[in-house]
Design a protein around this ligand. Structure first.
Ligand SMILES: Nc1ncnc2c1ncn2[C@@H]1O[C@H](COP(=O)(O)OP(=O)(O)OP(=O)(O)O)[C@@H](O)[C@H]1O
Ligand SMILES: [Mg+2]
Length: 265
């Protein structure tokens, strides 16, 4: 399905204050791929994702979604297919109630009013936030806001799901639920995150950004097994890949988040 292909070519972008953020980024993502975008703070992850949804336009280079090179003219057409979950949920939630926020996208897509309630409730239920339906978004906790932000995008049934730090602020159970939910989403997923365990769980492919360029692009397991590459890019092996040698010589795999060493006396 060519309309789900996403191609970034020689993308260059500097912010108006002249801070350089992307310095020639290229890659191609095909339908159904799940791709993790990782890298140090300031590497350019959020800036890149904002180009994929037309929140920013390149200084040079191009973004192609399916058959269209993204321009201001075809922005609405492209946005109806690409759903973006922003790094800060406050950038996504601006209506008086949670219901209105989740209904906003489908209403703009022209979904008939009588179908809206079902769509909103299904999206909120999927993220475990149906009980928040009548609340004002600005009075929610950080994790609750994030669940609702995810629902606003799911309600639009995008072909391509783009997420900036989707697990930040979620409690461990909500994080697990998010991972399970994302596993059921069969279309293309692009996830920028510092949560490398989440990438390992969800993304067969990983792109490392470093100072606005692609430092690596390939199989997630192979990239996360390359300690020098990770170190050079301010990254650490996911906890679930950190084998520890215990006193009896057996390798123990650290599964529990936050557990840096396992002692066996
Ligand atoms: N609004 C802005 N104005 C000027 N410079 C900016 C702006 N937003 C980001 N930058 C700069 O652009 C570069 C890339 O930032 P970006 O937010 O894309 O990084 P990131 O990889 O998403 O980082 P993080 O992991 O902290 O979210 C950084 O040098 C940053 O300081
Ligand atoms: Mg960011």
């Amino acid at each position: 399905m060519s309309h789900h292909i996403l191609e970034v070519k020689d993308l260059v972008f500097s912010y108006p204050d002249t801070t350089p953020a992307l310095n020639g980024v290229s890659f191609r993502i095909t339908h159904g791929e799940a791709v993790g975008i990782v890298g140090a703070n300031g590497a350019g992850k959020s800036t890149l994702l904002m180009h994929l949804t037309g929140c920013l336009f390149p200084g040079a280079g191009s973004v192609r979604i399916g058959d269209h090179v993204l321009t201001r003219q075809n922005l609405n057409q492209v946005r109806s297919r690409v759903g973006m979950i922003f790094q800060d949920p406050d950038d996504q939630l601006f209506m008086p109630t949670v219901f209105d926020d989740v209904a906003f996208g489908p209403l703009n897509q022209g979904v008939p009013a009588e179908e809206i309630e079902t769509i909103v409730e299904r999206a909120l239920e999927t993220v475990g936030a149906l009980h928040l339906k009548t609340r004002p978004p600005y009075k929610l906790s950080g994790g609750e806001k994030r669940r609702v932000a995810i629902a606003t995008v799911l309600a639009m049934s995008p072909d391509i799901l783009i997420m900036d730090e989707p697990s930040t602020g979620l409690d461990p159970q909500a994080r697990r639920q998010l991972i399970a939910l994302l596993k059921t989403f069969e279309h293309t997923k692009i996830i920028a995150t510092h949560d490398l365990d989440l990438v390992l769980d969800l993304c067969g492919r990983t792109i490392i950004l470093h100072q606005g360029t692609v430092a690596a692009d390939g199989n997630t397991h192979a990239i996360f097994a390359d300690e020098k590459l990770l170190l050079d890019n301010h990254l650490e092996k996911p906890l679930s890949m950190q084998g520890v040698q215990n006193d009896v010589g057996a390798t123990v795999t650290q599964k529990a988040a936050g557990c840096r060493a396992i002692r066996v006396d």
